[in-house]
Design a protein around this ligand. Structure first.
Ligand code: MN
Length: 289
């Protein structure tokens, strides 16, 4: 019997000067563990010198996880952080009670041909940390646990799994794993994972219970004991999930909260420009109607 409960197909969404593939939230499955939003950015080639620009915008009630495969993004936030993220590195920004950030093509690449490909993920905060102080953490590629197992290469981007722990300071029990195969390999998961689990196929294909699944979909499992799945050669997948929260989450624009009133308050604060400012930035994204 198949262990797959639900299949989520990637859908096109417009985030300004950029088309993305939206994976979460999905109407039948809004969160997978604490993961409430996943966008697949690109792959896109800006051959005419177009730049990637997401002007200052606010967040509350979540952490953002940025993980690139190609290209480069300059992150600036209201804590004073200004850091360029490159493929294999992790940006983990915790909004808590409120943060503002911008994401742009770094100066040294502006106006030049360039590519962009990556994942932008939101992880909801547990209710008791919803209003925590905002913070920012950057991890270099060499800081993330990486190992070979059953013929595949695994990087633990965030959380805990397979007896290892990523330095990314997560706020609830979760995991986010980058798994790559060069040859046909069968990965034994056993009881390594916990909570709710999703498998996102970026490239290549996997076989589970005799069924083959290709790119641009998330397989949500009925339980985290996936046992095993086979990766075809040149496959890259992401296994993610964790303990689900006991309460629902309201997700509105860039805001996540357990109470509707918290979202409304954040809307009013952004309209009144009552969020902290980013040094050197004057633009801001207006609240959508
Ligand atoms: Mn953002």
């Amino acid at each position: 019997m198949s262990n797959i409960d639900l299949i989520i197909e990637e859908r096109e969404a417009d985030i300004g000067n950029f088309l993305v593939g939206r994976l979460l939230p999905f109407r039948k499955k809004r969160l997978v563990g604490p993961f409430c939003f996943i966008d697949h950015m690109g792959p896109v080639e800006f051959t005419d010198g177009t730049d990637f620009d997401v002007p200052p915008h606010p967040h509350i009630g979540l952490s953002t996880l940025t993980y690139l495969f190609e290209g480069s993004i300059m992150h600036r936030d209201s804590l004073g952080t200004a850091i360029e993220i490159k493929p294999g590195q992790v940006n983990w920004m915790t909004a808590g009670k409120g943060i503002v950030h911008s994401e742009r093509t770094p100066d040294h690449l502006r106006g030049k041909p360039k590519g962009m490909h990556g994942l932008q993920i939101w992880v909801a905060l547990p209710k008791d940390k919803e209003f925590m102080e905002p913070s920012f953490f950057h991890a270099g590629e060499d800081q993330l646990p990486t190992w070979e197992q059953d013929g595949v290469r695994i990087t633990l981007v965030a959380g805990e799994a397979f007896g290892k722990r990523s330095p990314v300071p997560v706020h609830s029990p979760l995991y986010f794993l980058d798994i790559q195969s060069t040859e046909r390999s069968t990965l034994e998961i056993g009881k390594e994972l916990f909570g709710e689990s999703g498998l996102y196929i970026l490239e290549g294909a996997i076989v589970n219970d005799g069924e083959r699944f290709g790119p641009k979909q998330i397989l949500v499992s009925k339980n985290p004991d996936l046992c095993a799945f086979t990766l075809e050669p040149g496959t890259r997948v992401f296994l993610f999930g964790g303990e689900p929260f006991p309460e629902d989450r309201h997700i509105h624009w860039n805001f996540v909260a357990t109470e509707r009133a918290t979202i409304e308050e954040a809307r009013q604060r952004w309209m009144a420009q009552d969020f902290p400012k980013i040094e050197g930035e004057t633009e801001w994204v207006p609240l959508p109607g």
